[in-house]
Design a binder for this molecule. Sequence first.
Ligand SMILES: Cc1cc2nc3c(=O)[nH]c(=O)nc-3n(C[C@H](O)[C@H](O)[C@H](O)COP(=O)(O)OP(=O)(O)OC[C@H]3O[C@@H](n4cnc5c(N)ncnc54)[C@H](O)[C@@H]3O)c2cc1C
Length: 617
Amino acid sequence: MGTYQANTRDVRFVLWEQLEVQTLLGTGRYQDLDQATVDMVIEEAAKFAEKELAPAAEEGDRVGCRFEKGRVFVPECYHDLYRRFCEAGWVNVYSDPALGGQGLPYVMLNVTDEFFTGANFSFFSYPRLAFGAGRLIESFGTPEQKKTYMLKMYSGQWGGTMCLTEPQAGSAVADIKTTARRAGDHFLISGTKMFITSGEHNVTENIVHAVLARIEGAPPGVKGISLFLVPKIRVRADGSLGEPNDVVCGGIEDKIGLHGSSTCLLHFGENGDCHGYLLGPENGGLACMFQLMNEARISVGQQGVSMSSAAYLRALAYAKERIQGTDVGAARDPNARRVEIIKHPDVRRNLLTMKAYVEGMRALLLYCSYMIDLSETRQESEEREKYDLRAQLLTPICKAYGSDMGFRMIELAIQVFGGYGVCREYEVERYLRDCKIASIYEGTNGIQALDLLGRKIGMKGGAIFSDLMDEMGRFIETCASDPELADSVRELALARGKLMEVTQHLGGLMLGGDVLYSLLQAYPYLMLFGDVMVGYMLLWQARVAAEKLRRMQEDAGAQGEQGRLALAAANPEAAFYLGKIGAARYFAAVVLPEVESRCKAIRSGERSAIVLPESAF
Ligand SMILES: Cc1cc2nc3c(=O)[nH]c(=O)nc-3n(C[C@H](O)[C@H](O)[C@H](O)COP(=O)(O)OP(=O)(O)OC[C@H]3O[C@@H](n4cnc5c(N)ncnc54)[C@H](O)[C@@H]3O)c2cc1C
């Protein structure tokens, strides 16, 4: 129960050996930070996740939230845990210490997010939303708003929310109806928001809602939406809590998963007395939200990665313990030794599939986060823009591919557990339930695909996409003569070529006016783009690992394949590197060749889904 394992070794591999994030440290904004300090944070975060958060996950799932007369009660075990979480400084690892953060690079926010999410996202949603809403104030708030609200949210004293969705406006945020009427130094907010995470709870004394609404008389559509801070309890001039602010919780959702995380229906201003304070420019609310959307979307993709990593490691441990059947060669011998299920080829295939996807996705998300760091720390504005746009390009892939493939990998983990996998005792079924939501909120995965194809690919006339493909092309060239990886890299080269062709094809259709067909193919396109990126990440890792392993072999005098296997059996580091090479080769041989047939399907011109009359479905 409550067993969670943070994969700190793989995280450190991506940070220090693959991406070489250490080049950020000891200079500029991170002048006072070194690798040893960051490693310590990684270990401490992992420890907190494993020892404190994970043990509360089962109770949170079983007990869930309770709604009573407008109030929401979280599972009892969350209260003390929340206090310890805040005291340990985990609410905000990213912002400047002067603002109450730990001042770590953005990529480290992604790392701690992974551990806390994997261990217990239902709980983590409360401080994570406080941080997310606080980031809006940090970016767009007045000094007064920062002092009044943000600092208390960053310390965890107050909670926070993002209130976009309304009953009639989910994916179509532009259709929101919540209104804001000017009333002296504030606005009166009126409307109903739906599905609001952490919208009401008894974890903190106050909750600061970031609410999208239309100021009366504002233009229709996205250009007439503003952002408001709406505290649950009003704050007096001296910072103390005053009157309730006419925000009423009308109920909570009974969901498939994330039972300990409250998902609320919120009524603002039913009595005409809900005060809201403009955050950012009038009618610029959606733009403000979108500026932080990359961060939010990467973090939702991270939910898929975190939970599938947790599920994979649980399945791996189980497969090494569960005894069932005999080795294939001894099947007819009734006295043959019974073996652990990890000895069976089909189980091994499932495990290696999970390992490859999980580790490849982790690398992709950290790579994308690192692009954000580079966009914030590079000297040249041209470079800053390049990395910013690359992060923007990759964000819908991180979000949709991360959440969907994460979900599918958890399904494989359940398969490895057999019948026990669908029982609560082993927790993998909870990961599946908790993970599903990630493909829906923060813009459904279908919407992510439209964003990728309709907006991101065409950025700067396609130059951002081409630039990424060029980087991949250079990588392929450097590996072409590597005897260990040449075959695998050839598969990546083919897949990259097909991706570029199909991108051009869909772009041509869009420009030619066949928008419907392009949009029909947007999701398959996003997923194959994700596969190519994961293939790239895994082969990049394999190249690093192969080099390290070669050196280890030389040092140990371990020659040839046998020497390498013996070294891996005796030395966990050698086994780790060998695993990296194996996962990359497997992915390149098994998944990347599918890119070609999927591109063919995308280009097939098969339009039944568009032309069939609705009565024929
Ligand atoms: C647990 C949970 C927590 C949430 N937390 C928050 C929160 O904190 N704050 C908040 O504001 N919202 C939150 N949401 C709401 C979430 O963001 C919405 O559910 C999501 O945006 C989708 O909106 P919808 O549910 O109305 O679905 P719809 O928009 O009705 O979509 C239904 C289906 O139609 C598809 N679709 C819709 N429009 C298009 C289109 N133009 N093109 C192609 N396909 C389309 C969608 O992809 C989806 O498959 C949460 C939801 C859940 C379930």
